[in-house]
Design a protein around this ligand. Structure first.
Ligand SMILES: Cc1cc2nc3c(=O)[nH]c(=O)nc-3n(C[C@H](O)[C@H](O)[C@H](O)COP(=O)(O)OP(=O)(O)OC[C@H]3O[C@@H](n4cnc5c(N)ncnc54)[C@H](O)[C@@H]3O)c2cc1C
Length: 373
């Protein structure tokens, strides 16, 4: 496979695929069609946690490959992602949480994720201010965080520099096949765009596009909500989570705390990238965050937003070719944890499109065909 490639979706996955394609073979014309603006959906709204800890076993190898790339990304992309490796700490506030913490460490370590069990005193040294109820937790020194908006900008800038044509405000309406191969993409302005391969990286909107080809994949969009507080003096280095309570908490470079953890937002119309923050989610999210990290009781919420993310039933992504349709590649359904995977997934997509070694050992449990109905 080679010729020209169209990437549908200018989120981080599509942008990374485009960058890797041009890097691997600068002769291949690559066009990214983005129906709105790059990063408008999940990617720009992301909590931008870069984590290997607590992953589904089928996703671990890919996460480790992704994390190996992050420390060099600013240099690679010649732009700032805001990445910093401050570690991840998942704390236990009760017996059940502590039992879970102890149960998960061995299995993750055996799979190469360098987690360690820490007692309450060590947890407090890593994250001073964490609740007095903390029984201990699991620490992963290679976890970290980036800045979602800066990261989108960095990948888009690198893509343009490498000669990728990014068309914003132009959607893909349909894919056209000929003799069992992808032949072209119908743009939203009606013009056909001939190509030899298509990467469908349209996030929560990938399923309707593929459905028109008879490829039924069980992807559903969910709204995930984020809170940002007013700034405070720097005090929190790792990304903090909690066993049994939905939380991801990090302090940003400007001192503001970013609070997430999968709290739902409302999606009024699944076809569009529109969401409404739910008062119950704001309340619940703050309650959990303050219970785990009491210094947050002195902070107020400065901003809230949500992002629509594609989920699969087993909450791990769909990646790779679709049997029976040459030239069609899918990367969607990252289920709330695709940000960290972006460098590795883009590399795999480019390799698949160009017929290079697709590093299948990294994603053997994530094949797009596994959930096809
Ligand atoms: C609030 C939130 C917090 C998150 N936190 C984390 C985290 O801490 N760590 C982590 O690893 N992951 C996290 N994630 C998940 C991660 O951000 C996503 O998995 C990742 O950004 C998905 O990127 P994507 O490119 O697949 O999708 P998207 O960014 O959604 O991009 C898809 C793009 O396709 C475009 N599009 C749709 N249909 C068409 C069409 N027909 N034609 C052209 N373009 C189209 C859309 O406009 C959109 O820009 C979070 C997600 C959210 C929403």
């Amino acid at each position: 496979m080679a010729g020209s490639v169209v990437v549908i979706g200018g989120g981080l996955i599509g942008l990374s695929a485009a960058v890797h394609l041009r890097r691997a073979d600068p002769r291949v014309p690559v066009t990214v069609l983005e129906r709105a603006r790059v990063g408008d959906a999940a990617s720009g709204a992301s909590a931008a946690g870069v984590r290997a800890m607590g992953r589904d076993p089928a996703e671990r190898a890919l996460a480790l490959a992704g994390l190996a790339r992050w420390p060099e990304l600013d240099r690679e992309l010649e732009a700032k992602t805001g990445y910093r490796r401050g570690g991840g700490l998942r704390v236990a506030l009760d017996d059940a949480g502590w039992a879970e913490a102890r149960a998960t460490v061995g299995e993750q370590r055996a799979a190469g994720v360098p987690v360690e069990l820490v007692d309450a005193a060590a947890a407090r040294r890593l994250a001073p201010g964490v609740s007095a109820d903390c029984r201990g937790g699991v620490h992963c020194p290679i976890d970290g965080q980036a800045d979602a908006v800066a990261t989108v900008r960095a990948w888009a800038t690198a893509a343009r520099r490498l000669g990728v044509r990014i068309e914003e405000g132009v959607g893909a309406d349909a894919l056209v096949t000929q003799g069992g191969r992808v032949a072209s993409v119908v743009r939203s302005d009606g013009a056909p765009l001939a190509c030899d391969a298509v990467v469908v990286a349209a996030g929560a909107w990938s399923a309707p596009l593929l459905g028109k080809l008879g490829v039924e994949l069980p992807l559903r969009g969910r709204g995930l909500q984020m809170l940002l507080t007013d700034p405070a003096p720097a005090s929190l280095t790792p990304v903090v989570g909690c066993f049994g309570r939905p939380l991801s908490l990090k302090q940003l470079d400007d001192g503001a705390y970013l609070i997430g953890g999968g709290w739902p937002a409302r999606i009024p119309d699944e076809r569009q990238n529109r969401w409404e923050v739910l008062a119950d989610s704001v309340r619940g999210s703050l309650e959990v965050a303050r219970a785990v990290y009491p210094p947050l009781t002195e902070r107020t919420v400065a901003r809230s937003w949500a992002g629509i993310e594609a989920f699969t039933p087993d909450e791990i992504p769909l990646l790779g070719p679709v049997t029976g349709l040459e030239g069609l590649l899918v990367a969607a359904g990252f289920s709330g944890h695709g940000f960290a995977l972006v460098p590795a997934v883009g590399d795999i997509l480019a390799r698949l499109a160009l017929g290079l070694d697709p590093l299948r050992h990294l994603w053997s449990g994530l094949a797009a065909d596994r959930l096809r109905t």
